[in-house]
Design a protein around this ligand. Structure first.
Ligand code: E4P
Length: 223
């Protein structure tokens, strides 16, 4: 699969991207939430879940607890509150020692987990083994850190296939349309990025030039 998700908690941006027929899902994180006007977390997520559910879009919502017990409790609360209105709901849990325990426990409870903030193939692979349905690589942040994104993607995809795991690889932290295409080409099942990048994928200067030429020629003929 080569799916594209919108990396935003702004409902208008999600609707704009979805109206293009461009996306199959939405991802959020605490920093993305913090870009929205201050308000009630549940109300914000309810609005996103309601729209995504009605449009059959996947929605990932990240926990903001940091201790094992609270992570499991918050993941369960998010899932119980919103999976009924958005059946394709995923709870994002960052990778870490306590977090991997939570990923395993939540996955065993039937919560679909998007394991996130992964920078290495090892982190991605352990999260997949712990039961995460999505594992999220921070693509540009890793590359900026001097990491080998191609190796991380290819080896994680091989690991998932070799171990027959029910896990998809997401590349987040995507800055340009070229990053989208490169991540897909390297094997990412899903790429998630902002509306600005999605809109960048639609246009090309030569398309506009050719389009204007066609319209000019036809206008001269039809008049
Ligand atoms: C994916 O959902 C990530 O949370 C998101 O893409 C983070 O990337 P960025 O903060 O580097 O843009």
């Amino acid at each position: 699969m080569n799916h594209l998700f919108a990396d935003t908690a702004n409902l208008e941006e999600i609707i704009e991207a979805n109206n293009l027929g461009a996306i199959q899902g939405v991802t959020t994180n605490p920093s993305i939430i913090a870009k929205e006007p201050r308000g009630n977390f549940d109300n914000l997520i309810y609005g996103l879940a309601e729209y995504c559910g009605s449009e059959k879009l996947s929605l990932s919502v990240e926990v903001f607890a940091t201790e094992y017990e609270q992570i499991v409790r918050q993941a369960s609360e998010i899932y119980e509150k919103f999976s009924g209105i958005c059946p394709d709901l995923y709870v994002k849990i960052p990778v870490g020692f306590e977090e991997l325990k939570a990923i395993k426990v939540c996955s065993r409870k039937g919560i679909r987990v998007n394991a996130t903030i992964c920078y290495s193939e090892q982190q991605l692979q352990l999260c997949a083994s712990a039961g995460a349905k999505y594992v999220s690589l921070f693509y540009c942040r890793l590359r900026q850190h001097g990491g080998d994104v191609a190796k991380a993607i290819k080896r994680t995809k091989n690991y998932i296939k070799y171990n027959n795991l029910d896990t998809k690889l997401i590349c987040g932290s995507i800055r340009t349309q070229q990053d989208v295409s490169d991540a897909w080409d390297l094997g990412a099942d899903i790429v998630t990025t902002g509306l600005n990048v999605i809109k960048e994928m639609v246009v090309h200067p030569k398309t506009k030039e050719s389009y204007d030429g066609f319209n000019k020629d036809f206008a001269a003929w039809i008049s």
